[in-house]
Ligand binder design. Sequence first.
Ligand SMILES: Cc1cc2nc3c(=O)[nH]c(=O)nc-3n(C[C@H](O)[C@H](O)[C@H](O)COP(=O)(O)O)c2cc1C
Length: 283
Amino acid sequence: MSASQEKLAALLEQRYGKSQQIPDNIIWTPQVEAMLSHKSVRTFLPDSLPDGALETMVAAAQSASNSSNLHQWSVVAVTDRELKQKISDTVARTVPTDRIPYLEEAPVLLLWVADLFRGAEITKEKGGDPFVFDYLDSFLMASVDASLAAQNAALAAESLGLGIVFMGMMRNAAKEVAEIINLPQHSFATFGMVVGKPDSSRTSSIRPRPEQPVVLHYNQYDRERYRDHIENYEKVFLDFRTAQSMKPKVWQDSVYESATSMDYMGGRENLRETVQARGFKLQ
Ligand SMILES: Cc1cc2nc3c(=O)[nH]c(=O)nc-3n(C[C@H](O)[C@H](O)[C@H](O)COP(=O)(O)O)c2cc1C
């Protein structure tokens, strides 16, 4: 095996772990290698982003497919330290830790916005009523588009040697965050993403995923398919946690907790009201 083949094999092993089936027919391209190298980063240096990094990320984001080419997303780059701290303090009140160190450390917080504001304005200026935006699908469409854009931006950032972590917890304080960044009606910050230079003295590792039969079905959904593969994932999950000095945990218990504990919601149980107050009727 050449050195580069060894590197790719090691990457795959990190992605799936030793106890699971590892596909042996991956077609490697530089893009595939970059995607398989992803890991969330939660420790940052205080440095600003390199010149052009934000614009590069946004160009990548804008290159994602988007529903009907309607451009129904926006991104608010929070670069002002005080404003970012205000958001951090606001969201931190909704989590047990009281502080969100990685949000405080990172130079930029990106808020990815499902954005029907522009469409509503254009429609009203032409004398129309944007009633289609009252339907759930319009909200979903804009949210999906914002997500695809954000993932492209994440890959671009990682290709520049930057680190990112998505922040769904922004929705814990959706109303307050919207006010702080002055979001107009018909727009909603679906999630955040911090970006910055990773602090390599406090690195994270690639988190293994379940082997492919857990997520891959052929032609029709097979309800039993995952069952034979979960125990393998439990082994890998535990190995990863042990290697990271995290306390032992069973993955299926995480699933259970996420499905049965309101603690997990962090305030998001009232999201429908907030989203509707922002102009989405969700019909
Ligand atoms: C939509 C979304 C929201 C997320 N929200 C948070 C968050 O609020 N805080 C956090 O620390 N990580 C968050 N994450 C990161 C996930 O925990 C992480 O992607 C997952 O554990 C897999 O780890 P990896 O990204 O390192 O592979 C989020 C990820 C996604 C996709």
